[in-house]
Design a protein around this ligand. Structure first.
Ligand code: DQA
Length: 164
């Protein structure tokens, strides 16, 4: 596990100028799903903002949401073939359950940031465990949708697309 973690944490600048933003299950319901916990912004609004930030830095930001573990795994494997240099990932409910998604990220070795809208450490005990945090470059939680913006800003710098 140590070797994989070191591999994923590698953040050297590469020629890989694409960023993948991956959203896990139920995040398609943002806007109406428990708004007191997750806010009132829709996923479409968030994704458009991230896409625009990428375009102004000359980077293609691809956003994808799925309710299915296998589809998320497929996207992570595809990212490796597509020249993705960084992943921003909110695994949602799979955060607390999915060895398979963890293995996919370790397998491709693409650096990633784990994002959660809510502060998972201030919620139920089962949410306070993540299968991803020790592999991630970093984690952002409790900042609402701004967490995605901060993660993307970091990712743009990490792939060498943003100024210091
Ligand atoms: C979440 C937190 C998870 O515990 C939950 O299952 C989600 C969303 C968040 O963004 O706060 O679906 O990842």
């Amino acid at each position: 596990m140590q070797a994989s973690a070191a591999n994923v944490k590698k953040t050297t600048k590469t020629s890989r100028k694409r960023i993948l933003v991956l959203h896990g299950p139920n995040l398609n319901l943002l806007g109406t799903r428990e708004p007191e916990v997750y806010g009132r912004e829709t996923l479409g609004v968030i994704n458009r903002r991230l896409g625009a930030a990428g375009r102004s830095a000359g980077v293609e930001v691809r956003c994808y949401q799925s309710n299915l573990e296998g589809e998320l795994i497929g996207r992570i494997q595809q990212a490796s073939r597509d020249g993705v240099g960084f992943i921003v990932f909110n695994p949602a409910g799979y955060t607390h359950t999915s060895v398979a998604l963890r293995d996919a990220l370790a397998g491709v070795g693409i650096p990633f940031i784990e994002v959660h809208l809510s502060n998972i450490h201030a919620r139920e005990p089962f949410r306070q465990r993540s299968f991803f945090s020790d592999l991630a470059v970093g984690t952002l939680c409790g900042l609402g949708s701004r967490g995605y913006d901060f993660a993307l800003a970091y990712a743009l710098r990490a792939i060498g697309a943003a100024r210091e």
